[in-house]
Ligand binder design. Sequence first.
Ligand SMILES: [Zn+2]
Length: 389
Amino acid sequence: MRKILFLLSLSFAQQIHAQSYKKIHDKAIVVDTHNDILMRAVDLGIAFDQDLTGTTHSDLARWKKGGLDVQVFSVFCEGDEKNPFAYANREMDTLDAIVKRNPDKIAEVKNYAELLKAVKQHKMAAMFGVEGGHMIEDDLNKLDVLYKRGARYLTLTHNISPSWATSAADETSGKQLPHKGLTDFGRQVILRMNQLGMMIDVSHVGDKTFWDVIHLSTKPVIASHSSVYSLVPHRRNLKDEQIKAIAKNGGVIQINFNPGFIDSTFDKKEIAFLKEHASENDSLIKSGMNDFYALDYLYRKHADEAKSMRPALSMLIDHIDYVVKLVGVDYAGIGSDFDGINLTPLQMNDVSDYPLITKSLVERGYSKRDIDKILGGNFLRVLKANENK
Ligand SMILES: [Zn+2]
């Protein structure tokens, strides 16, 4: 009898728990600051107002299902693209077209007030974040044009460096670089971004660039999609001193879901996988695919192997937890990198799975107030702080 009572009470407690996390998730303003679907849309000619389940991580219906209120769309092209500024505009045109066709579901917003209005109307608020300083082609006027079109952050570098700031990839490559950190023009970019009210994104930048920015920026910065170096020593992750500096600056660290950034055993597994399928990979690259799409193809084809490599969801939550324990609950958020990564953590199959993050945070004892901050409140604070009144 006692055992039956115990089981009954347990299932009741579980029900309460299930209801409470869903409620918390629904009521929160949930923000993701990094998604690469625009790159896939332009590269592959796909429209994400269609059901793309099984093809991409993201589409309008699955964002809705995942309770996402705000998506910052990454505007990205590789460093060897001949006309990066034109390419950036083409990606922005793609989102404009989606919004025009679906005005009841999604709205482009350029500031905090417009964002809140869209959320109140139950539309997903969409912003742009330009990923890579190379896309302004060494021209402050082009930075202004991107800002006017709605870009609200610029990731100063991608893996390649523009002429005016060095990336983490280049700074750690051992190559002889003509300079490290920001040049004079790089400093002008920072000042102009502060003036415009455009957030500076330090994801992808090298340590020297990072510290130059922290000393120069008069406004809080973001890391739109980076995780924790102490847990996974990857050049794309942030060291404790950097996390502390971002907190002191009033900024926010939006944790990346990339298995290679959240699980220290993953990179070895990926190297072994690529070795195993080397001839197939070579033939895909010879047929014209770049590394990213070739790997995407291989993971789909060898789905069981791919699944066995994916880290547990708890490892992603560990990175959020780490930032919170190091500097407090006001400096962590979500920057998934969905559709810019080949694999995701288990259970985080696509954008419909954000509620499982909330569930995990509830299970780890986070309060509703703290969860609201992590899901979006912290980013909104930084957005507001960057705006010119
Ligand atoms: Zn990136």
